[in-house]
Design a protein around this ligand. Structure first.
Ligand code: FES
Ligand code: FES
Length: 168
């Protein structure tokens, strides 16, 4: 099927377990559709070139740049955004540790870091500092430096381990 650039297509997005019916031009980016059509403005847009990581969401459980993804590609996919964290009314261990360790200042990069690092921690439950730094390397923060973010991720990993031991 050939689709003209200006043609608008109906798509059904599943975001944080909820369905959104939107009509979009094929050129619309997932990041913009999440923010403007779904009202989920926690996903931030920085570089729009796939470099900074601010726009990171999970697509079928894997971190992905929403600024490099067309919304029309997402029919049938399950998308998770930062709004999923805290939906229970409580901060996640990672969010709490970032708060306590001053791992954020302006906070612009933080949603992308939480999405990236939570997925990574789920696969790497006993991280080293070196591992955290490598995993963070795709997320650019312009105002905290990285030490406090690294500390927070390590603190969160320890707390998640304690919670697992306690069967929570
Ligand atoms: S806005 Fe997507 S990587 Fe920077
Ligand atoms: S906290 Fe400001 S860009 Fe990271």
């Amino acid at each position: 099927m050939i689709v003209e650039a200006y043609e608008r297509l109906p798509i059904a997005l599943t975001v944080n377990g909820r369905s959104y019916d939107v009509t979009v031009e094929p050129r619309r980016l997932l990041s913009d559709v999440l923010r403007e059509d779904c009202g989920l403005t926690g996903t931030h847009v920085g570089c729009e070139h796939g470099v900074c990581g601010a726009c990171t969401v999970l697509i079928d459980g894997r971190p992905a740049r929403s600024c490099l993804t067309y919304a029309v590609q997402m029919q049938g996919a399950s998308i998770t955004t930062i709004e999923h964290h805290g939906a229970s009314g409580e901060l996640s261990a990672l969010q709490q540790a970032l708060h306590e360790r001053h791992g954020l200042q302006c906070g612009f990069c933080t949603p992308g870091i939480v999405m990236t690092m939570q997925a990574w921690l789920d696969e790497n439950p006993e991280p080293t500092e070196e591992g955290v730094r490598e995993a963070l390397s795709g997320n650019i923060c312009r105002c905290t430096g990285y030490q406090n973010i690294v500390d927070a991720v390590l603190v969160a990993a320890g707390r998640q381990a304690d919670m697992r031991k306690a069967g929570k």
